[in-house]
Design a protein around this ligand. Structure first.
Ligand SMILES: NC(=O)c1ccc[n+]([C@@H]2O[C@H](COP(=O)([O-])OP(=O)(O)OC[C@H]3O[C@@H](n4cnc5c(N)ncnc54)[C@H](OP(=O)(O)O)[C@@H]3O)[C@@H](O)[C@H]2O)c1
Length: 136
């Protein structure tokens, strides 16, 4: 079985992104800073696959000690995951990526931060059950 995980931070109501960045970008409160530090520590040495906008925001240093792969909508998810046999793969978003890769994710690591402002990207709880919520 391939080791496929996801790690993300959300605001109080599931806020994920704003204007292509984290909604709380620039907030120097230790809670926010530590969350970003933990993300890069946990993903170090592993594979991070994500959409183009998410990867655009990844700092230069992070490319040195992990494998980073910009994935695109024309690619078959199973073929993407098969590129990294034996590796731990973090699916880093964004929205359309998690919509498609949710069925493959075995572990979600979600931090709910004390942010309650605007967002234009939102967490979808359906991802936690592989993208399918029960309707009855
Ligand atoms: N809070 C967090 O933890 C967190 C984590 C990640 C992202 N974010 C935020 O989310 C925002 C960026 O996410 P985004 O959704 O706007 O853009 P994105 O990261 O570029 O991800 C979406 C894009 O991924 C591509 N893609 C790759 N494989 C796909 C597939 N199988 N099916 C569909 N699309 C696929 C598509 O682009 P193409 O059609 O061009 O290939 C799609 O438009 C930013 O604000 C960022 O800060 C937050």
């Amino acid at each position: 079985m391939i080791d496929v995980r996801a790690m993300c931070a959300i605001g109080q109501r599931g806020q994920l992104g704003l204007h292509g960045r984290l909604p709380w970008e620039g907030n120097t409160d230790p809670l926010f800073v530590e969350d970003v530090t933990r993300f890069f520590a946990e993903t170090q040495g592993h594979v991070l696959i994500a959409g183009p906008k998410t990867i655009e925001a990844v700092p230069e240093f992070a490319f040195k000690d992990r494998t980073i792969d910009i994935i695109r909508s024309h690619e078959d998810p199973q073929a993407v995951l098969a590129r990294y046999p034996g590796r731990r793969i973090f699916v880093g978003g964004g929205i359309a990526v998690w919509n498609v890769y949710a069925p493959f994710i075995q572990q979600w690591d979600i931090t709910r931060l004390p942010y309650d402002g605007d967002a234009d990207r939102w967490f979808d709880p359906a991802w936690l059950v592989g993208g399918a919520l029960r309707t009855a």
